[in-house]
Design a protein around this ligand. Sequence first.
Ligand code: HEC
Length: 474
Amino acid sequence: MNRRQWMLFSLLIALLFIPLGLARADDRPPRTGPIAIVTLDRERPVLFDKDIEPILVNKCHSCHSGSVTEGKLDLTSYESLMKGGKRGHPVVPGKSADSLLAKLAGKTRKPYMPPKSEEPLMPIELALIKAWIDQGARAPLRQRPRPGVVLGRLPARVHPVRAVVISPDGSLVVAGRGNEIHVYDAASGKHLRSLTDPALLLGGGSARAHVATVDSLAFSPDGTTLASGSFQEVLFWDIHTGKILRRLSGVADRVVALAFAPDRTLLAAGGGAPAAEGEIKLWNVADGSLVTDIKDAHSDTVFGLAFSPDGTKLASCGADKFVKVFDVPAGRLLKSFEGHTHHVLDVAWKADGKLLASAGADTVIKVWDYDKGEQVRTITGHTKQVTRLGFVGKTPEIVTASGDHTVRRWNVESGAELRNLGDAGDFLYALAASADGAHIAAGGEEGVVRLYDAKTGRLAHTLVPSGTAAHAKK
Ligand code: HEC
């Protein structure tokens, strides 16, 4: 080989190894063994909000927040962390060596956290957690909202579909996938475009819409504007040009529920940090001004919102197990409905405004008579939490998605199960039914959106962004 050939040859070999090198950088530290112990070289105390919370947001929230609390452990607030999960309190203040949190995250005890499919803690992150525990595991000096939390990139493998919507005319399906938003053609299932925040393009080619996971989506009733909710922000997008029209901030935590008023004048956003009070805010869509801040709407995170068909009322539900109804725009509490025995994850109005349906983490659907203020029936059948529901157009039929991997159709007036679309092979969190009842879209942990023909229950398309291999099981 002459010199020139040799150089070419080495270049080729180098190119071959680039992907391997990248994967390695990503893998460090090893995903299975204990995380290396390093000493924390600093004098100022370790603070929960500044030092610990960003680690939990980046590496733990995908499985321990909102409607997903693996091991019954919610890591979205100091209070919920200290409370712990099914194994009890994970933090023993002053004793990191006795704390489950440090053992699982340090990978010295099983189940290793995060599981080996995900990026483990960096040694310095583990050192911070241990130091924080050893210094007494002090509570944050709670000042909310917390602009100090800086989010890093989501781990490459975390791309759950937490939200999906179908445009009012039924032509588009829009899905949040990790921190990206993808727009698909409903008829062909083709990925048309991704909505991208240009401010996030720096330093990486991926088409991100938000820094953190997209937790909620809503279409304006005229189908021109899409609202997306994520950690501490809501964006308005022009669905046709993909341009950002407006940014709303001033929300304390993740925005997990969004709803436009039927006349398009107001947008309601719900969320809040778990175990802190739930938050509902109403904004004026035209100028982005805050119209109403419903303080203490719920005593814990708000998961679902729905305007009454005449736009005079807003229904909400949350982790405090309540369904509530407020008047619009004043935000006064009109009624509250109690009956679920676990988080209420979604709520919807029947088109005549007389009935409400709610989806529970207690696996049941409840139907409520608004005027009488009472429960009409409890519909059972799902075997895991019912994560989302929606009425199909003006009919008394609802569709539901569940952690039990199924999408089902029910009649709320009779309580009958009309159809089970079968096992989607995935824990489902996101669901949408088109207004004309033609399509149902559902997505979940795997990052795949399944579009069904609602009439036949047949899977019409599996939606994944271009360049992503569909690994749908069905
Ligand atoms: C990919 C999902 C996933 C991620 C990311 C994840 N966990 Fe977990 N976590 C789980 C699952 C699943 C369980 C339940 C395991 C079991 O009970 O066997 C669990 C359980 C736990 C428990 C035990 C709760 C109890 O009381 O039983 C702790 C503590 C924990 N996780 C901490 C963390 C921390 C800290 C992080 C981030 C550094 C993290 N997890 C990231 C999935 C995850």
